[in-house]
Write a protein that binds this ligand. Structure first.
Ligand SMILES: Cc1cc2nc3c(=O)[nH]c(=O)nc-3n(C[C@H](O)[C@H](O)[C@H](O)COP(=O)(O)OP(=O)(O)OC[C@H]3O[C@@H](n4cnc5c(N)ncnc54)[C@H](O)[C@@H]3O)c2cc1C
Length: 382
């Protein structure tokens, strides 16, 4: 594995960073304070860089970016605005998933509006009683006269409020366990209710509970085959885990940048606080951990790029990055003293925004159990 970024990757990272600093950063504070959801207009501004569809082949409207390059762009976006990252990358994952699993007719019908940002995508697996144990999905899809009738509730769905097209994982035959599940493409116009859920961070990326009551979905909206719904859902999460390491690295870098700036300028005892060894130790640990999380992320993305299995590596990258970015955010806040606890400086938001990620894409407890299962050959789940 090549640890050095290619010339092209460095250029993309720099170009994206310049754009985000100029066009996006000035919007963040005001919009976060107003808790105003990310607009489609803003999402559309990211399209020229490949944030939507960048991983797809050119003939499908993509930029043929590698996972590594795409994740490096995600790292830059997370450094500036994690809420915007959430909206964009989930919509992008839905788009990529439709490309990978959809029929030609489904691609033609659903991909163009996602590609141009006119539609926003969501992915709905979690339910009120179904979290880490995804094998017990309760939302039911029944085929009646050429239509799927969907009944049930999906919980904590990112983009669920504003989203237009979603992948909903439902059970078609409970007696078959995970082999009795299906993935359906559901559009907002098909009629379900979305109840917004307030949360501590990522406040401009709304979260929703989705309630399906006899929601009618055309039979041709089945994605893949009946029986592979949950497997599709788990595949969706695998690359997302590797990506989380880059999201964390982006927020970690934002914390380092803020802490360095503050440590150079805040004077106590007649010196910048950055001159004190205890502050220096914090800064050096923060920088070292940020580098390590990036390297584990790169290991996982490199395997994804080579089409090799990366379950263990993606879990390790996610686990390490999400626990260490919390330490980094906490130290950044500590370096800011009392100011760090206020909304006058951005570090309190970095802490709130990144807190979710030990829970995201399979909790860290689940990651530990999966890594250990891989190493020991013994599963804690059965
Ligand atoms: C901001 C946000 C965005 C989200 N976006 C989406 C989305 O877009 N789509 C979607 O489908 N879902 C989404 N989710 C849901 C998220 O994926 C789940 O919250 C997560 O999978 C955990 O499920 P749970 O909350 O039900 O926790 P539970 O599974 O109930 O777990 C509770 C606690 O018990 C622990 N635990 C459970 N089982 C075990 C075990 N066997 N051994 C040890 N510990 C265990 C867990 O690790 C956790 O600490 C989102 C959640 C949030 C907060």
């Amino acid at each position: 594995m090549d640890m050095e970024l290619s010339e092209e990757q460095r250029m993309i990272k720099e170009t994206v960073r310049r754009f985000l600093e100029k066009e996006v950063r000035p919007l963040v504070d005001e919009q976060e304070k107003a808790v105003r959801p990310i607009s489609k207009e803003l999402v559309k501004k990211l399209i020229p860089f490949g944030y939507l569809g960048g991983l797809l082949p050119e003939e499908a409207g993509g930029a043929e970016l590698s996972y590594t390059t795409y994740f490096l762009m995600i790292e830059e976006l997370s450094r500036v605005w994690p809420s915007l990252r959430a909206v964009v990358s989930i919509s992008n994952s839905v788009l990529t998933h439709i490309h990978d699993y959809g029929t030609e007719a489904q691609r033609k019908r659903f991909m163009p509006s996602l590609l141009c940002g006119e539609s926003i995508g969501f992915f709905a697996l979690t339910e009120p009683n179904v979290g880490s144990d995804t094998s017990s999905i309760e939302t039911r899809a029944t085929l009646v006269d050429g239509r799927w009738i969907l009944n049930g509730t999906k919980m904590f769905i990112t983009n669920g409020v504003e989203g237009d097209i979603g992948i909903v994982i439902a059970q078609t035959d409970k007696s078959k366990g995970i082999n009795g599940t299906a993935a359906l493409l559901v559009e907002r116009k098909m009629g379900y209710r979305a109840r917004p859920i307030e949360k501590m961070g990522l406040v401009c990326s709304p979260l929703a509970e989705l309630i399906f009551e006899d929601c009618e979905v055309p039979q041709e909206n089945l994605l893949g085959k009946v029986g592979d719904g949950l497997r599709q859902g788990l595949k969706f999460l695998n690359s997302a885990r590797a990506m989380v390491a880059f999201i964390a690295a982006g927020v970690a870098q934002a914390c380092v940048d803020a802490a360095v700036e503050y440590a150079k300028n805040r004077v106590q005892f007649g010196k910048p606080i950055g001159a004190f060894q205890l502050i220096q130790a914090k800064i050096s640990d923060m920088v070292t951990l940020t580098s390590a999380m990036r390297l584990l992320g790169l290991q996982a993305s490199d395997l994804l790029d080579k089409g090799k299995p990366c379950r263990r590596e993606a879990s390790m990258a996610k686990l390490f990055a999400t626990e260490n970015v919390l330490k980094i955010a906490e130290e950044a806040l500590q370096i800011h003293g009392g100011y760090g606890y206020t909304k006058e400086f951005p570090v309190e938001r970095y802490y709130r925004d990144i807190r979710y990620f030990t829970i995201a894409e399979g909790t860290n407890e689940m990651q530990r159990l999966m890594i250990a299962r891989d190493v020991l050959g013994i599963s804690a789940f059965n």
